[in-house]
Design a protein around this ligand. Structure first.
Ligand code: FES
Ligand code: FES
Length: 176
């Protein structure tokens, strides 16, 4: 086995792997981070999306051996204890989770989008969401959740962790 060192969810980690391992395989089967989902396995569904160096990436398409020194964020890295990230909270508040299988990938996709484009247009949000398959077809509520994230002012570069305020603003937005 070989190993590489990288940043995973904010911590420096040295992780062992075999030559042909994908990032998805290492996350789920070698280190037990099961939040990233295995859907199609060939880049079509988006269920395995994580954030690598700030970009949303399909982890089933990335060979782990290419990631020396990378900064990787998975759905597990968004929560702070039991507190949900504002994007996750928006999904709850907008009832945008049915079976939940597509949810982690979409949340990570939106995290990458809003980190760079907090004021992304509706068309831009739809373009990004169109890369993900939701078998439960909850696209309208998923779009509502994305808009809700934009309404929660706490989702800014300075203040990404203001969970309570984000949740309060989200609830107010839902009632409007
Ligand atoms: S499992 Fe990676 S895109 Fe479907
Ligand atoms: S909520 Fe079931 S696949 Fe999207």
């Amino acid at each position: 086995m070989k190993n590489i060192t990288l940043m995973l969810n904010g911590k420096k980690e040295t992780i062992y792997f075999e030559e042909g391992d994908t990032l998805l395989y290492v996350l789920r089967d070698r280190i037990g981070l099961m939040g990233t989902k295995f859907g199609c396995g060939y880049g079509a569904c988006g269920a395995c999306t994580v954030v690598i160096n700030g970009e949303a990436v399909r982890s089933c398409k990335v060979l782990f051996k290419t990631l020396e020194g990378a900064d990787i964020l998975t759905i597990e890295g968004l929560t702070e204890g039991k507190k949900l990230h504002p994007i996750q909270q928006a999904f709850v508040d907008a009832n945008a989770v049915q079976c939940g299988f597509c949810t982690p990938g979409i949340v990570m996709e939106l995290y990458a989008l809003f980190s760079k484009e907090p004021d992304a247009s509706d068309d831009r949000i739809k373009e990004v969401l169109s890369k993900h398959l939701c078998r439960c077809t909850g696209y309208e509520s998923i779009f509502t959740a994305a808009k809700l994230v934009q309404k929660t002012e706490s989702y800014s570069k300075q203040d990404k962790k203001d969970f309570e305020r984000a949740a309060k603003l989200a609830r107010e937005y839902i009632k409007e």
